[in-house]
Design a protein around this ligand. Structure first.
Ligand SMILES: [Zn+2]
Length: 302
């Protein structure tokens, strides 16, 4: 007789492992995730000292796991020679109730850039960067330095972009540091524009940005966002010369998807961190691009 075994399989044992990968230890709080981009990275570097050793000792010492009544003697019959490793559950039991509040340890990760303040004279590299921006046809205005010691944000030599190039607008006004502005301008001209031409036969007219410099507090997780240094740009849409507007989103029309994927893929390299739909809830509607150097000169693209 076929036992009516109701696929008792759909247990959740596979799920936790994957989730940890995509969202870090525990992130029920979607609002954390913006800043979490980096903290996750840092976190993954050393944590997870999970279960390697327990399993190695399971086979031999199974006696200790037995709740044997102390006094009594031979009540065998049950398991004389069990070599089955299945007795080892206690060893690798689901003990991953990740530390309750990881917020504590990384919360105050200091960032040396938080102390950056403008000097008497603009540094040569800032001046040179501005020259390059002009050569690219980027229109911009200088902006007063901004910082907030409490929060940790700081942008000593901010620019407000009026355009990303001779014929590429960006709106609304976008405050960034110069290296990020330059990277964005080059990316628009060298990657996005050709991609628009290839996919739609139209020119890139304008980029809709969702966030640039933002001085906001951490959301409980580790590091400050690169936005706090004007070192990140969020792009939500691309408007083309034929009037078409391509928006970043989880399920774009096929043609748009092709264009968006090409842009996103090409962003990984010029930008060190690239996030977008699928990365996590906070990036479902825009591409996040930033220049924060990664360990070993790598990139973090998701
Ligand atoms: Zn962002």
């Amino acid at each position: 007789m076929p036992e009516p075994r109701p696929a008792d399989a759909p247990k959740a044992d596979a799920a936790p492992a994957e989730e940890q990968k995509t969202e870090g230890p525990k992130a029920p709080d979607a609002s954390n995730q913006l800043n979490e981009e980096k903290s996750r990275h840092a976190k993954q570097a050393h944590p997870e000292p999970s279960a390697p050793e327990p399993s190695s000792r399971t086979p031999s010492t199974k006696t200790e796991s037995e709740p044997e009544p102390p006094a009594e003697v031979p009540i065998p019959t049950q398991r004389p020679d069990t070599t089955e490793p299945e007795v080892g559950p206690p060893a690798m039991a689901p003990q991953p109730p990740p530390k309750p509040a990881d917020a504590g340890d990384e919360k105050m990760l200091p960032d040396p850039r938080s102390a950056d303040r403008p000097g008497e004279k603009m540094p040569a590299e800032e001046v040179a960067c501005r020259e390059r921006l002009k050569a690219l046809g980027v229109e911009f205005e200088e902006h007063n330095a901004e910082s907030n010691p409490e929060i940790g944000c700081s942008i000593p030599y901010p620019l407000v972009l009026k355009s990303l190039g001779k014929s590429i607008a960006i709106a609304p006004g976008t405050e960034l540091n110069c290296p990020m502005a330059e990277a964005a301008a080059r990316f628009a001209a060298e990657i996005i524009q050709p991609a628009a031409k290839a996919e739609f036969g139209a020119d890139l007219k304008s980029i809709g940005q969702a966030s640039a410099f933002v001085c906001r507090p951490r959301h409980g997780t580790g590091k400050l966002s690169e936005h706090a240094f004007g070192n990140a740009l969020d792009i939500a849409s691309f408007t083309l010369s034929d009037g078409r507007k391509v928006e970043v989103g989880p399920t774009p029309p096929e043609k748009d998807a092709k264009f968006l994927n090409a842009v996103r893929k090409a962003a990984c390299g010029p930008f060190k961190t690239v996030l977008g739909p699928g990365a996590d809830a906070d990036h479902a509607l825009h591409f996040h691009l930033d220049l924060e150097p990664r360990r070993h000169g790598g990139t973090f693209c998701q």
